[in-house]
Design a protein around this ligand. Structure first.
Ligand SMILES: *Cc1c(COP(=O)(O)O)cnc(C)c1O
Length: 433
């Protein structure tokens, strides 16, 4: 059987990314992934944010190999292990303490959607309320509660639709619309039809929803609103966290402290499944085993995560590098925005979480397709797939990032020019007819 026939014959129709990037991959290192023929692909998808530190980071990988060589405990439910202790100590030392943050760490089941479930469940328990506020274009996962919080109409399912109120995200109704005042009114007015919520859950940069960036004022307004009405603020930092937006947490720049923080995707260091819920100590009111799961003790992920924290977050150097790399992307965007101004509406993002919004999704999708023909893996997002999403590994060398941006922007310009030619021909044909 040809390589891909196996998947087509036996793997469920639910498969998705493999349809956009059809090759069979075998080895990978850093920003590159290679198919079975050794063809090299540049990875601008980074496991949708689960590979912030690239593929097979040499030092992280060696730490993992050594741990396995000495028969380190792999699976341990939630037993105490040295690997878990090292992770907790390191996370406090390099991440929480320097940011003056104090959180208890809950190890939930190791996927994003599970940590969201746990966060919402805990907020409901603490407040004794049921309703949860979520936002247009939000994405929080595909299991029960998470799936009813997700915005996308084709993905959302009313698993527990009761108890969810969706409100317009920052900018959804236009830049000048005072959405905080609107939410406040809904909470003040006992006949607004909106029950006071247990929690507000949000992404500071909406990943699947189109790289929509919340403003500092909006985030601070939300924090204030939550304080005023006794609502727990949950930041879903599953995609935007662990360095993606230029700081470890995506909310640092807004100077706010959430009550609950969801981390998954890249917290596993090298792509291992892991998720943690950060809980303000005073609301850690679980009773033992009340929120359970078999795979909460993935020690390989703890080992990899600890190494990642030590390598990248022991001082401020890495954040400076991220800021320099953001500039590289922005400079490339500035040029392509000039060349393709009729076709690209805007660029937006924070850190190495960046997007280009096209007016017409046909162009965004065509660019992603042509990139793949040129051995670049990059995806589209947003409600119409009209946003090209740039997610390089955070530790991509600057020269490679520059070169990659040049390659992609060249493809964008050529796709836009082809489109222009094509529509000019159509006009001519239409005029002649
Ligand atoms: C990916 C993602 C999730 C879901 O994570 P899974 O591991 O796929 O369950 C939740 N929230 C955000 C913001 C995400 O990007």
């Amino acid at each position: 059987m040809k390589n891909e026939d196996v998947f087509k014959s036996y793997e469920s129709q639910a498969r998705t990314y493999c349809r956009s990037f059809p090759a069979s991959y075998d080895v990978a290192h850093g920003s590159f992934i290679y198919d079975s023929d050794g063809v090299e692909y540049l990875d601008m998808l980074s496991g949708a944010g689960a590979l912030n530190y690239g593929h097979n980071h040499t030092e992280i990988k060696n730490t993992v190999i050594n741990y396995m060589q000495r028969n380190g405990v792999l699976m341990s439910l939630d037993l105490y292990t040295e690997a878990k202790r090292d992770f907790i100590v390191t996370f406090n030392k390099y991440i929480l303490a320097p940011r003056n943050l104090s959180y208890k760490i809950q190890f939930t089941s190791p996927t994003g959607t599970s940590v969201v479930e746990s966060a919402v469940k805990l907020a409901r328990k603490v407040t004794g309320r049921h309703n949860v506020i979520c936002f247009t274009n939000g994405f929080h996962g595909m299991s029960g509660t998470s799936l009813s919080l997700t915005g996308n109409r084709s993905k959302r399912q009313a698993v527990s639709q009761g108890g969810v109120t969706r409100l317009p995200y920052d900018g959804y109704l236009g830049k000048d619309y005072d959405s905080i005042a609107f939410y406040r009114k809904l909470f003040m007015d006992s006949s607004s039809g909106v029950d006071l919520p247990a929690a507000i859950i949000l992404e500071t940069v909406q990943g699947e929803g189109g790289v929509n960036v919340a403003s500092i004022e909006w985030l601070q307004g939300i924090r204030q609103l939550a304080n005023d009405f006794g609502i727990k603020l949950i930041i879903d930092d599953i995609q935007a966290g662990v360095g993606r937006t230029g700081t470890f947490f995506s909310f640092e720049h807004a100077n706010i402290q959430p009550d609950l923080v969801c981390l998954s995707k890249s917290i596993g260091g090298i792509g291992f499944p892991m998720a943690i819920l950060l809980i303000k100590p005073d609301i850690d009111v679980w009773s033992p085993g009340e929120d359970n799961g078999t795979f909460r003790g993935n020690n390989l992920a703890f080992i990899a995560s600890t190494k990642m924290l030590e390598l990248f977050w022991h001082d401020k150097t890495f954040e400076q590098e991220l800021s320099d790399k953001e500039t590289i992307i922005r400079n490339a965007f500035d040029k392509v925005l000039v060349s393709c101004e009729e076709y690209i509406k805007e660029s937006r993002g924070r850190g190495l979480f960046q997007g280009l919004e096209f007016y017409d999704e046909i162009l965004a999708v065509a660019v992603a397709k042509k990139c793949f023909e040129n051995k670049i893996i990059i995806e589209t997002c947003g409600e119409r797939d009209h946003v090209l999403k740039f997610m390089p590994a955070l530790n991509i060398p600057s020269h490679l990032l520059e070169e990659s941006m040049e390659r992609i922007c060249k493809i964008i310009v050529s796709v836009c020019n082809d489109f222009k030619l094509c529509s000019a021909e159509h006009t001519l044909i239409a005029e002649e007819a």
